[in-house]
Design a binder for this molecule. Structure first.
Ligand code: ZN
Length: 167
């Protein structure tokens, strides 16, 4: 979870996890804590921006046959959505990754965070980087369109569940 002084708002949750994703190396991040907070503050102030989808698309293109979720090399990778289509996400390459048959069968159209943390019982700190990057960017766009970036949000798990437009 983000430290207590980070507001529990949609935008802050997205920026905090994005900062963590960009700063933290694949293994452990405890030593980078100050850098994560600094990156969060720069995103928040508008001094830095979340990158376009190119970073993830490039990674996907350069690792054919590797499951974006479990990292295994598979003989017959299939394409799947990171963010469930029921959220109202625009169709497109930005929401598609290659995955192994096992992960696709297990995840289905479930929410990526819920599937990883609740169904698989895997730690939040071990969320796979490429799907998480796409997820955060898509969440940001959805909330921006719906004018809900300042809505209260308890954490990552709630991010897309509360992306419906304000009435
Ligand atoms: Zn897999």
């Amino acid at each position: 979870m983000p430290p207590a002084y980070i507001p529990r708002k949609v935008e802050d949750i997205i920026f905090y996890y994005y900062a963590k994703l960009v700063i933290a190396p694949a293994s452990g991040f405890s030593g980078n804590y100050a850098f994560i907070i600094d990156a969060y503050k720069r995103l928040k102030s508008g001094e830095a921006r979340m990158s376009d989808y190119e970073r993830e698309l490039w990674y996907i293109a350069s690792t054919p046959g590797v499951c974006a979720f479990c990292g295994s090399t598979c003989a017959k990778p299939v394409t799947t959505h990171v963010v469930a289509r029921s959220t109202g996400v625009k169709p497109g390459m930005h929401n598609i990754v290659y995955a192994c048959q096992g992960c696709v069968a297990s995840k289905g159209e479930s929410d990526f965070i819920e599937w990883w943390c609740s169904d698989l019982q895997k730690p939040r700190d071990a969320l796979p980087r490429v799907p998480l990057g796409l997820y955060l960017k898509i969440a940001y766009e959805l909330h921006k369109i719906n004018f809900t970036l300042r809505r209260s949000c308890k954490g990552l798990e709630e991010l897309l569940a509360i992306s419906k437009p304000l009435k």
